[in-house]
Design a protein around this ligand. Sequence first.
Ligand code: SF4
Ligand code: SF4
Length: 400
Amino acid sequence: MQTRIHPDLAPLPEIQEADSILRSCVHCGFCTAVCPTYQLLGNELDGPRGRIYLIKNLLEEGSMSWQAESHLDRCLTCRACETACPSGVEYGRLLDIGRERLGARRGLLAWGLRQLVPRTSIMSFAMAIGARVRGMLPAVLADKLPRERYRLSPSRPSAAARKVVLLRGCAQQAATPQVADALEDLAGRAGIGVMPLPSEDCCGALEFHLAAQDDARRRMRRLIDSLCAALDAGADTIISSASGCGVTVREYGEIFARDPYYAERAKRVAERTMDAAEFLAGFDIDCEPATLACHVPCTLQHGQKLPGAVEGVLRSAGFTLTEVAEPHLCCGSAGTYVFTQPELSRQLKARKLGHLEAGSPDVIVTANVGCQLHLGSGTETPVRHWLSVVQERLRSIRPR
Ligand code: SF4
Ligand code: SF4
């Protein structure tokens, strides 16, 4: 793609990065067919190729109309288009740069989400209150409340040779703290120690995608500092049990590539981070069997490029997995999308649940708290984090 970047923007390093991404697009349109919003709306501007043109215009003209912005707002940032693209166009990074140019999302909703979600203690309190008055809340809020919320007492080996640190995720810790406890319990039973983080700040994903990127970077620096301290103290790996946090932390190296102090530290943290599915693939796990339908979050399959990782662990642990159509399609949760685009989100949820329930599973499993709560609000079939199911049905776990 030919570009003529606005002369005021051309010297900026992030704009040069965006220009290079734009030039790698060959207009083939392979990405359009896999785009959920294009499938629902049928408008080229609500598909990846159209949005790439809109960002190109933004960088050439220096501004964007509100109509054009609305097409970008409808993007789920699911990155299915990246997976489909034969030219390796980094659409997600391009969108982040475009959104940063447009400035932080305005309005009470975006402000409220940015204040609430990253603060685990306030959100835990809000969820506890919300659960008591669920019936009085609007559906869009009631649907985000967990149906199960409890804490486990994870096994802790007395003297572990290997230590890891867990990324528990602020939203997950508020809504379903049992998920990270389940991972800690599995690690403990396998003889691996979990090093506590003195404080786990939000990974910054929410603010980053609402284009409040300066605030997001402040949070990210705090988390990088505490994770580097854990690595210095002997943890060899950072394991994420919420794929939305994992994908962001794994991109810290790129986000801070031009930061003189944090570039190396961010790269170190990113390189040591892995998803729970990659970690548990190193163990022989045996579980009581059950039939599961697996929804792999976009942040895991398209963001972290780990399609099949969760399914591989579940199958080798003895579970039967049903066939699920359109596995690449987003469920419509997508961070704050469920609040900002409720109608599109609802349509995607219904479509996804139709596919997940087609095989009559005992349980629907997923790997991110947002997908879990979103899908769980639309079905009588239990929707659980896969780590909870493995932990509850575990017969044995040992290193390979
Ligand atoms: S990120 Fe998802 S919704 Fe956005 S353009 Fe790509 S495929 Fe479409
Ligand atoms: S598939 Fe890749 S190269 Fe083709 S139009 Fe989409 S982003 Fe551009």
